[in-house]
Every structure is written in C-alpha cells, then in structure tokens.
Design a protein around this ligand. Structure first.
Ligand code: SAM
Length: 847
C-alpha cells in the first residue's frame, strides 16, 4: 500500500484522537504528542503510513523492532501512555517493544518536562497547580491592608468607633455597591433575622429567653463602602452588637462570593493627623478625624500581637510576611538570575505552543482542502513550537535597572507616612505603602529620592492623598534617571512630584511648601549623593493637563525614553533591526512607535521610516529626538494605528489591492492607488480604516496629526500635512517594505492586523511584544491560511463577549479576507524586567 493510500481497515492508533481542552479555549484539539518516532509514522494521523502496519480491526500493528537500549532511547520513548493501557483493555501485543508506556510507572517525562496529559501524574500536577493558584488568589484577596482613614467628609463624629476592636471589615462585597447599598444590605439582614425570630417564637415550642428584636440581626453604628472596592467598613456600638452581627453574617454569600468578616486594627496616626489638622485650621478644608483615622485591616488575632502592636504602633508580622513591596513588585527576586531566565523561557514556550494549536484549530474550523502550513507540520520536530525560540537575552543590568519609578504616597502597615510601592490593589482594600529599599529593580538614586521626599512629607503642612476619600495633596513621586546608552552611570536625573488638587488649599501655603520641598531636595541630594538635580517638576494635575509628558532630552544619541530599562531595550531594538532585513531601499513602518526609538535608531539603515503613534507628546518627543540626532528620513503620524494603517500602506505602496484576491506581490509599486480593504465581514464597519481614516490631508479637523521632521513644538496643534507626495515617496523607491510593531499589552487592533495581512507588498513583519499572550493571538490572525471561501461575520452574534483572546483571533481568522498568510520564522526573548514575571519577545514573521 502506498504511503498516501488510505487503509481499508481501521488502524488502531496507540494515540487515538482525544479532544483536549485548550487553555481557556472553547474548542478541542488533537493531541500533538507524541511526534512521530520515525519517518513512517504520524501519531496524530489515524491512518498508518506503513504497509506493514495495516492490520485488521481489533488488532494492533506489530513491530518487530527490539526495544531500544537505553543509550539509543528516542527522546519520546514511553512518554505517552499506550492506548491499550488507557482503555484498560487486553494487553498490548507489542509487549516490551511498544514505544508507549504500559503503566504509570513506566511513563517517562517528555523532553519539556511535562507528563502525558492523560496520565495520573499530569492530572495530579495540574490539580496541585490549580490548588496553589487558588490558594494564592485567595491569599491575595484576604490580605486587606487598608491603612487609610475611611471616614467620609459627610460622616460625623458620631459615626466613628469608640474602640478599634469594634471596627470590622466586610470582604467580597459587590464592587458596584456604595455605602448606601451596604447599609441597606445590613439592615435587610436585621429585618430577616427579626422575621425569623418572630416565626421561631410563634411556631417553636421552646421558649427563647429574653431575646428582643434589637438583639438579633445586624445592627451597626456606621457602615462605609466606596464603589469599585470589594470591601466595606462597619463600626459597631458595643461588643454584643458585634458578636450578633458576626453570627448573622457567618456563611452568608452575595452572588457566588462568600462574605467574610475581617478585623480592623487601628494604627497610631496621631502625629500625621495632627500635622494635617494644623492645615485644616488654616484652610478650613480638610476635616480629618483623629479618632477614627487610619485603620488597617487584617486577619490577625489580638493574641498574636506584641506590646507594640497593641498600641497600634506596630502591625503584626503575618500580613507583612505574606506580602512585601519586594514580593509584590519583584516576585521572582527570590530566584537567582539564571533561574529567572530559565523560568521565563519555559513559560514563553508554553505560550508559543498555543499558536500552533490555535492555528491548527482555526484552519480546521474553516475550509475544506486547505492544507496545514509547513511550519505547523514542522512544529512536531521542535516540541510543538511554531518556530525556534532561539533563546533569552538577559538584561545587561540586573539590579537597579529601572530608569523610571513611580512611587505612591500612603501609610505603611505600621501607620508611618511612606513614599514607596503599594502592597496591592486599592479595590481589594490594600492601600498600605512600603518603602522600595528591598526591591532590587529600583536604583539607589530612586530610593534616595523616595526617602528624601518621605522625610519632607513628615513635616509638610499639606496632607497626602487619601484614596478612599479622594482628597489630599501629595500623591506621587516620579523619578527618572538619564542614562547614556552604553553607560550605566547615572548622568542626569529628574524628579516630578504630583499633587492632585490644589483646590481648597491656600495658595500661599502651597507655594511655601513647594519652595521648602525644592530646597530640601537640593540640599539632601548635594549632601548625600553629590548629584545635581537637573529638573524638578511639580505637577498640578488639572483638567487641562491630565498627564504631562516629561521630556528628558539630555542623553546623547537616541534616548530610549519610553523604556524603563535602557540597556536591555537597546538589545531588544537592535535585534529587531537585525531581523528586519533592512537596506537603503527599505521602507520601514514603525507601528506604535512611541518616542520613535526603533525607527530613529534604524533610520540610517533604511530609505525611510514612517512611525505611527497615538500619543501626541510621544510624537513630539520623537521629532525632537530626530532633530537632536540630525535624522531627516523619518515621519511620524500622530494617530491611532487602526485609523491610518490601511491608508498609509495604500498611499506609500501605491498598489492595487483587492481583498478577496491573493494579490501578486510582484505587482507592488507599479500601479495606481486602488481601494484597499473591503470584503471585510468580521470587523464592524464603523471601525473600517477606510471609513474612519482621519489621515486625510484635506481634513483639517482630523484627530490624527503629522509632524514634519522638526517642524513642531511640543503640545502644539499638528498640521495634518503628512500625505506622501505621490511619485516622490511612492513604492517605486522602496523594494523592501518592513513593519516593526511594538504594541501595548493588549496587542494590535484587529484593523491593523487586517491591514498588514492583506497588503501583499509587506513581506516581513517583526513583532516586538511585551505580552506574548497577545502576540500569539495576533499571530493566529496573521498566520492562519485563508479559507477557500471566507465566512461572513454575524453582527448579531454576541458570543464573542465570552471568548478568550485566542478564541476571538481564531474566529476573526475565519473571516479574514483571502490573503497570503505569514509564517513564524524565529523568536527570541529579551528580558527587560529582571526579578519580575514580565518578559519581552521578538518574533519574525515572513511570507
Ligand atoms: C510598547 S510602547 C512602544 C514603545 C516604542 N517602541 C518606543 O520606543 O517608544 C507602545 C506604544 O503604543 C502606543 N499605542 C497604543 N495604542 C495605540 C494605537 N491604537 N495606535 C497607535 N499607537 C498606540 C502607546 O502610546 C505606546 O507609545
């Protein structure tokens, strides 16, 4: 029988097709393991390729090969369970020669250290991983570290708790609730309890002593909750009221969440409160409640506290043991750096495998007769990866690498006014702030700034920001350090301190405080660090300037303004440039270009760079950087990429394009413009780049803008004059068109993906990703072969709301206009964030 000829009898494949759920996916896949052990066998195919293997139903193919000796073991030998064993049926006729394991004991781990997913070992590992994750999640939720006062301005003194022990915190409340909802809920519990009590009295034969209505149910003195948070704060009149409430609330659930009552331990905030109170007298604006101010909540028994704790000046150890700034901000810091890199590489490999599984599935879901792309077939040879992951490049600087740190102001678990990192999410009731000194990613300089500012705040007349009440003055300190590329020494630094609202604070007091702060900072910095503070920005966050973009224009060459780890970013971008295959005849699209670093650093290797970026001030920085570095062949379009990508490709590549054709790339650059896009069924029409494009030279009111090199000042209104002068910048000049995309965490907009995919002239795409999950989702759309007939999207289908990103991508791939798919060629991880779980990845896609 020829290898391709179908068997007339059923072949009993030792690896039957077992649908396996995809991670978070709504579909099933065929297991990809084990890859063929020899060239004649495809384990995923139920049809044998070997004539000798053809057997009748119920019989297993026989192999005469003796079992391999240990030294010649194939890496996949016995790494999957034999189907006979799994089915508990008669013993396998291959006996010891069978390539599949006949028992759990015989089973070997796979080369990537995973177990056959059908094995007990794999299931156990999965269960324990899930348990760990649940425990971690629950642990996170239970750690409530509210170190801010929760008294609202409208609350009166009568609401405050006379004793700290009478303050409790309710956990797992609906986020949308406010104080009113919480009070109503508690009141309902009281009336329900009262009804139950009456019924009990009526129908019960036994006598319920002297319980009055007011003694049952949840009665409280005050209850507060802020929308968006999952915790609320309740204060009780006396111990009896508290005890009854705890009993009533025990075991209650709202939605699918079990209500929990957690302790509130008051902290000694008097010192801070008093200093703020001085201000109150001056301005009459902030009424801080010294009695009730600054509560911190955790689940610690009084008995566990030492003397200091009982005074409220020191919090118990267990919360701080569970969470620290170091563990929150740098969760891998407990590993040595080489282990961190290995850990990241392994997780990236797992994520990359999803590209193979999902693309195979997307292809399956589509069309008849479209064969699997070569890279999917080859993936079996490289452990299920879509392409080689060539390795992981470590950060040249492992400690103190962040050149930008944003520190919050707040109270520590000990009630100390602190400048540092928050220990968690405010919505879950965590406002505790801890100093950054133990976080290895923060530089000594940044830590010093934080501590100097913290010192200043102890005696400032202005209060720090209260997240619960949305009041206060000092909120955040941003420290940026200028580092010349290639030089790790700090040569410049600047600090910005944001105050949130000066409304209500006396102008003279504010100005006085600013002066004092500047003096304090300069004195301390010169004394301690012999450093010169080049810029001190005091930000007033107002409606007009919700977010001022800082400029640091002091570094030589092209500063990597948008990246927090300059040296590692250099490596990342230079790799992207190397993979992009650039030359003087290359037109480079730098999509989501930020301050233009990628395009600017590669400008001398290409004919022209077109950067696309939606952030106005980043574009302005890009132009300044270009000007500073004398770069003339870069244009930056200030717009959302989804609004202009299609029209820019059309404009600069000047090629006829029909979306329902696979256009011939050889036609690129020699024809007049014609309509791009069209034929789209998956994307809402109103999002279509053709319709939405504001990149219209004639449209002066456009939201997008374009700065001609060096011609605009920061923040000015951009002229929309960036159309290519057809003929001058048309494709004829550029034989090679490359896109380097560096999107934000959520990845590229579907319209951008579609525009890149359907333009036949774009043969190479370098994808830089700070979130490999979204890279995989985008790559599914870019790489899934086109069906013979595209599916019409159903506009009324709301099922997408519950789909995973990869599920959505598969879905969209089905209705992608017919076009040549890309294929993943190679990938490389670059670690920009040592000690954290984050890792950047570069992938080269070609067609
Ligand atoms: C990871 S950063 C890229 C940094 C950039 N490579 C640099 O050197 O500055 C992502 C950038 O994408 C921009 N961005 C986000 N959504 C965008 C969109 N829809 N269109 C264009 N730019 C976008 C962000 O403003 C941000 O500057």
């Amino acid at each position: 029988m020829a290898a391709s000829e179908p068997l007339t009898t059923q072949t009993l494949d030792p690896q039957p097709s077992i649908p396996l759920p995809l991670d978070g996916d709504d579909s099933t896949i065929q297991p990809s393991y084990p890859p063929p052990l020899d060239s004649n066998h495809d384990a995923s195919n139920s049809q044998s390729t070997s004539t000798d293997d053809a057997v009748s139903v119920g019989e297993k193919r026989k192999r005469d090969d003796p079992p391999p000796s240990d030294s010649s073991l194939h890496p996949l030998w016995k790494t999957s369970l034999c189907s006979y064993f799994r089915r508990n049926s008669a013993s396998c006729s291959h006996g010891d020669a069978c390539r599949y394991a006949h028992s759990e004991e015989e089973l070997r781990p796979r080369p990537d250290n995973t177990w056959d997913p059908t094995s007990e070992r794999a299931k156990k590992a999965l269960r324990s991983q899930e348990n760990e994750e649940n425990a971690e999640r629950e642990g996170r939720e239970e750690d409530i570290m509210m170190t801010e006062e929760v008294v609202n301005d409208e609350d009166n003194d009568n609401d405050s708790c006379s004793e700290p022990g009478l303050s409790k915190c309710l956990v797992h409340l609906p986020r949308k609730w406010n104080s009113e909802n919480l009070r109503k809920f508690l009141a309902e519990q009281a009336s329900r309890a009262f009804s139950a009590f009456i019924l009990l009295r009526i129908f019960s034969s036994f006598h319920l002593h002297s319980l009055g209505s007011t003694e049952r149910g949840v009665h409280f003195k005050s209850a507060k909750k802020k929308k968006g948070m999952s915790v609320g704060f309740v204060c009780f009149e006396n111990a009896a009221e508290l005890k009854t409430a705890e009993e009533e609330l025990k075991g209650k659930s709202i939605g699918n969440k079990n209500l929990k009552v957690a302790d509130v331990i008051s902290r000694s905030f008097e010192k801070n409160i008093r200093s703020a109170a001085v201000l109150d007298q001056q301005t009459g604006e902030t009424a801080l409640d010294g009695e009730n101010a600054g509560v911190s909540i955790d689940g610690i028994e009084d008995g566990e506290m030492n003397e200091g704790d009982k005074n409220g000046s020191k919090v118990d150890g267990s919360v701080s043991r569970a969470r620290s700034a170091r563990s929150v901000v740098t969760s891998l810091a407990h590993m040595c750096y080489s282990d961190q890199l290995e850990h990241k590489k392994k997780s990236l490999m797992q994520i990359l495998k999803k590209l193979v599984r999902n693309t195979r599935n997307a292809r399956k879901a589509c069309p008849n007769g479209v064969s699997l792309p070569e890279w999917i077939l080859k993936s079996r040879e490289i452990g299920g990866l879509p392409c080689e992951l060539e390795g992981i490049i470590g950060s040249p600087l492992v400690n103190g690498y962040r050149n930008k740190c944003e520190f919050s102001t707040g109270y520590s678990l000990q009630g100390k006014l602190t400048v540092g990192f928050m220990l968690g999410n405010f919505r879950e009731g965590v406002t505790a702030v801890e100093e950054p000194v133990e976080c290895p990613n923060v530089s000594i300089i940044a830590c010093k700034y934080a501590s100097i500012f913290q010192e200043f705040l102890q005696q400032s007349k202005l209060p720090i920001w209260n997240r619960f009440k949305n009041t206060g003055f000092w909120r955040q300190l941003t420290v940026r350090e200028g580092r010349t590329p290639g030089n790790v020494d700090v040569d410049d630094s600047n600090a910005s301190i944001s105050e949130v609202s000066s409304g209500g604070f006396d102008d003279a007091v504010v100005t006085g405080e600013f002066k004092k702060l500047a003096k304090h900072l300069l004195k301390e910095l010169q004394l301690i660090l012999h450093l010169c503070l080049s810029q001190l920005w005091l930000y007033r966050i107002t409606k007009e300037y919700p977010m001022l973009h800082q400029l640091m224009l002091h570094c030589a060459n092209c500063p990597f303004l948008n990246q927090v780890n300059t040296l590692a970013a250099e490596k990342l971008y230079s790799l992207a440039g190397d993979w992009a295959g650039l030359g003087p005849d290359t037109l480079l699209f730098d999509v989501c270009c930020g301050t233009g670093t990628i395009g600017l650093t590669l400008a001398n290797r290409v004919g022209m760079v077109i950067g696309i970026e939606m952030n106005v001030s980043a574009v302005s920085d890009a132009y300044r950087n270009a000007e500073l570095n004398g770069i003339k062949n870069c244009k930056f379009i200030c717009s959302k990429a989804e609004d202009v990508m299609g029209s820019l490709l059309k404009e600069y590549l000047n090629v006829p394009q029909k979306s329902d054709d696979i256009s011939d790339p050889s036609e690129c650059g020699d024809k007049n413009n014609s309509s791009a896009g069209g034929g789209d069924t998956s994307i809402n029409k109103t999002q279509d780049p053709e319709e939405n494009s504001s990149h219209d030279p004639a449209n002066g009111k456009s939201t997008s803008g374009c700065l001609e090199n060096g011609e605009q000042e920061a923040g000015s209104q951009f002229q929309n004059n960036c159309s290519s002068e057809s003929g001058n910048t048309s494709f004829q000049q550029f034989k090679n068109v490359v896109a380097i995309v560096d999107p934000p965490r959520m990845g590229l907009h579907p319209i951008v993906i579609k525009a890149l995919r359907i333009h036949p002239c774009l043969r190479r795409l370098v994808y830089i990703s700070c979130n490999p999950e979204s890279l995989v989702a985008n790559a599914i759309e870019l790489c899934t072969p086109s069906p013979e007939k595209i599916e019409k999207g159903n506009k009324n289908n709301r099922g997408w709301r519950n789909m995973s990103n990869t599920g959505l991508a598969r879905h969209r791939a089905k209705s992608m206009p017919i076009s040549e798919p890309f294929r993943p060629v190679k990938a490389m991880a670059v670690d920009l964030f040592p000690h954290t779980v984050h890792c950047e990845m570069v992938m080269l896609l070609e067609r």
